[in-house]
Design a protein around this ligand. Structure first.
Ligand code: MN
Length: 208
């Protein structure tokens, strides 16, 4: 993530999980927020009881990120969210996620590839014009998730889906907010100009 932001001409600044009272100061210091991958979100955050599925939780990070996302949202700040990030963004703004795709019976496509993340794993169809202009309408992406968006936040629209209907990208109608379920920072160039996602994000951050 750091290298991708650097290559796009941005100044990478890492925000630690810390006191929520520091969030506004952190947001004063940045022009855009990149939400990265990681573990699973606590089901209580989207009003569900835990299902009997294997999950890894980071409760402190969850609570901090919920507050961070909502504060950035209030500021209409540019946001690029990746993997765990798309799920957090969706949850923070009233959406929900599948706690486990296989448990939900959604295992027609393998979303947890065993291959190197440099390699593509499953196709997606991009319906959003901006994103498809950037990457192409039908591309192959990597995939390292066992959760995915269930109820889409009313704030966002679907921008890409996998052949099994799983949401792989979302966007806001007018704000500079994009989120993807795959990992553009890891994918090899032969699967598309993924660096462009970061280049466009940094451009959005430059607009004052
Ligand atoms: Mn996937």
């Amino acid at each position: 993530y750091v290298r991708a932001i650097e290559m796009a001409g941005g100044l990478p600044l890492l925000i630690p999980v810390c006191g929520e009272e520091l969030i506004e100061d952190y947001l004063d210091s940045i022009d855009g927020l990149l939400l990265t991958g990681g573990d699973d979100f606590l089901p209580e955050l989207f009003g569900e009881l835990p299902e009997p599925v294997e999950c890894e939780f980071e409760p402190e990070r969850d609570h901090f990120e919920m507050a961070l996302i909502r504060a950035a949202w209030e500021r209409k700040m540019p946001i690029l969210a990746i993997c765990r990030g798309i799920q957090g963004l969706n949850i923070a703004l009233d959406g929900s996620i599948y706690q486990d795709l296989a448990y939900a019976g959604l295992d027609r496509i393998e979303h947890r590839q065993r291959e190197d993340m440099k390699l593509g794993s499953h196709p997606i169809h991009i319906s959003d014009d901006h994103l498809s202009e950037l990457l192409g309408a039908d591309i192959v992406v990597n995939s390292s998730h066992h959760q995915a968006i269930k109820r889409l936040s009313p704030e966002f629209a679907t921008a890409a889906v996998a052949p099994d209907g799983i949401i792989e990208a979302i966007e806001h109608e007018s704000l500079p907010i994009y989120a993807v379920q795959f990992h553009p920072e890891a994918l090899s160039h032969k699967y598309g100009e993924m660096q462009d996602i970061f280049n466009v994000f940094i451009k959005m951050c430059e607009v004052k």
